[in-house]
Design a protein around this ligand. Sequence first.
Ligand SMILES: [Ca+2]
Ligand SMILES: [Ca+2]
Length: 266
Amino acid sequence: MSYLTCRGQTGEIALRNVKLWCTAVVALIGFLKLSSLGHAEEPTTNPSTMSLDSFDMDQPGSFPAHWGVRGDEATAKTIYSIAEEDGNRFLRAYADKQDVQIGITRTFEPKQFPALQWRWRAKQLPTGADERNKQTNDSAAAVYVVFDSTTMPRAIKYVWSSSLPVGTRTKSPVYWRSYTVVLQSGDTHIGKWQQEVVNFYQDYKDIFGEEPGQVVGIAVLTDSDVTKSVAEADYDDFSLVTAEAAKEARTKSTEVQPAPAMTNSQ
Ligand SMILES: [Ca+2]
Ligand SMILES: [Ca+2]
């Protein structure tokens, strides 16, 4: 049985001129949009951060332009769409007994940008979910950092868990090369934007006991299929950051308000 099948498509812009569309059996990313780290949706003058996506250039109601789908594309489009509040656009996910992952590919050395920051807001927790067991492995929100390979990647899955305590680290019950790390738990902060920053480089070394290879992508998943419930969450402002910038970010409050939109023009 073939582990991975791919089909190529024409890319939409020069820096993303090769786009491979992959379907993996159990791999954590089945999407692949090749691009250099040098590409970011928005240019930044701050070398300590590299914006991956703020969604501010996407049309409300649309599927996020720079993201690929693992699994059924039509289903993904019913789960993930751009929403707008107070002039800020962000990624909204609403999964009704569904489980489809979407992601964005950036290939780079993790020592260069060892940390990822974003903000998220769980709005509905999948009922009875517990990421330790296959039968209950759903999360209101999850952000993956995918390493080493697109065919047999290792991954760290940062979750907003329905039930597991913050700080829990557990091996995935469905994919042996992935570990789950709990950043938020239950309804303590539900409905409120939470700022996160993770040093995935250090987490990789702690979890897998060796130096990572290249990062190959970032993915998100809001899922509720095995608990047959509903999961709902919003995501925004994904950026890569240097270790120094991540240290500064950690000292800030975890509860944040949406940033003003960069622009409303398209
Ligand atoms: Ca935004
Ligand atoms: Ca699931």
